[in-house]
Design a protein around this ligand. Structure first.
Ligand SMILES: Nc1ncnc2c1ncn2[C@@H]1O[C@H](COP(=O)(O)OP(=O)(O)OP(=O)(O)O)[C@@H](O)[C@H]1O
Ligand SMILES: [Mg+2]
Length: 313
């Protein structure tokens, strides 16, 4: 399918729920996204790349936190440009943040209910009047939120203050809050970072259940490659604001361009996607030391057999 835009005709991938075309973002003179194209489909989609690659910026543009310089973002074919953050939530874009943004002195339930706020038909005035339809609406919202919290192992802490929870549990609350909004696409920014093994299990089980039950499109940024490769049939790799590789977990984790960009020289992928350091002439003879120079820690290459620890850089 193709549609007409002010700058010509653009092909629209009808299988993709969220389609990004030629996205450019600059902060001052810093070109952070340099004309990227991405298509995300129902199920799990991975977005990976080294620190500073521009991954969070993609989420920020899609959810309306950062303005693009050029490019188009379409949700189910509808152009999102010009929509506010709230309008994008209403359109079906949900997200979590790399560092959770909860109201720490509100309860877990109250935080989760905020995710359904845009779906409420009746406002606070109706609440003050004990208006029966408003009471029914709120009761139903609480039931949905409790059921979602239960999926993520949080039902028992529903009435505790969010600030009393561990960082891992706070991140799970954010995931629950994003999902009770009934999004079409949910953008999860490093949801497993900082979680203990048990919380990661709960997170993945909850997400897998929801994906199996619905057409939800989950886009997940994650540094844990094993987690992404086990979850996502398709992974896109961002490096210095460009998509350098895209495809199945096997394809991207064995793509030499990805291995070099992501980890630098001296690594290779095993079958199954695990990447490990290989012996190289460099690693046989050199190692990295940290030395203190004028009070600053500095990395220097040193030769094993050189007692003077010659600095090469
Ligand atoms: N609001 C902003 N203003 C100025 N520069 C920004 C802003 N947001 C991001 N940047 C810069 O854009 C680049 C990409 O940042 P981004 O947060 O998108 O990277 P990332 O891939 O999510 O990295 P990480 O894996 O460390 O989270 C970085 O150089 C960052 O400093
Ligand atoms: Mg980030």
């Amino acid at each position: 399918m193709s549609i007409s835009t002010p700058v010509g005709t653009v092909a629209v991938d009808t299988a993709s729920v969220l389609q990004i075309d030629d996205l450019h973002v600059a902060f001052g003179g810093n070109q952070v996204l340099q004309g990227i194209d991405l298509q995300f489909v129902p199920g799990f989609n991975g977005l990976i790349g080294p620190n500073g690659a521009g991954k969070t910026t993609v989420f920020n543009v899609v959810s309306g936190y950062v303005r693009r310089n050029e490019g188009t973002i379409r949700l189910q074919g509808e152009d999102l440009s010009g929509l506010s953050r709230t309008q994008r939530v209403k359109a079906g874009i949900g997200r979590t943040f790399q560092s959770p943004r909860l109201i720490l002195d509100a309860t877990v339930m109250e935080n989760t209910l905020l995710g359904r706020h845009h779906l409420f038909r009746w406002g606070h005035f109706a609440e003050l009047l004990f208006w029966p339809p408003q009471i029914r609406e709120e009761t139903e919202a609480r039931r949905i939120c409790m059921s979602m919290l239960d999926r993520f192992g949080l039902a028992e802490v529903a009435h505790e203050e969010a600030g009393a929870l561990s960082l891992g549990s706070q991140k799970l609350v954010e995931v629950a809050r994003a999902l009770v909004a009934d999004p079409t696409v949910v953008l999860l920014d490093e949801p497993a970072a900082g979680l203990g093994a048990d919380d990661v299990t709960v997170l993945l089980r909850g997400l897998r259940e929801i994906v199996a039950e619905s057409d939800l499109c989950v886009v997940i940024i994650e540094h844990d490659l094993q987690l992404v490769t086990s979850l996502c049939p398709k992974i896109s790799v961002l490096h210095f604001g460009e998509i350098i590789s895209e495809g199945s977990p096997e394809h991207v984790t064995t793509d030499p361009v990805v291995i070099e960009a992501y980890l630098g020289h001296g690594f290779e992928a095993e079958e199954g996607g695990e990447i490990h350091e290989v012996e190289s002439p460099l690693s046989e003879h050199h190692h990295i030391d940290h030395v203190e120079e004028e009070g600053d820690l500095t990395e220097v290459w040193t030769e094993d057999d050189d007692p003077e620890q010659e600095e090469l850089s």
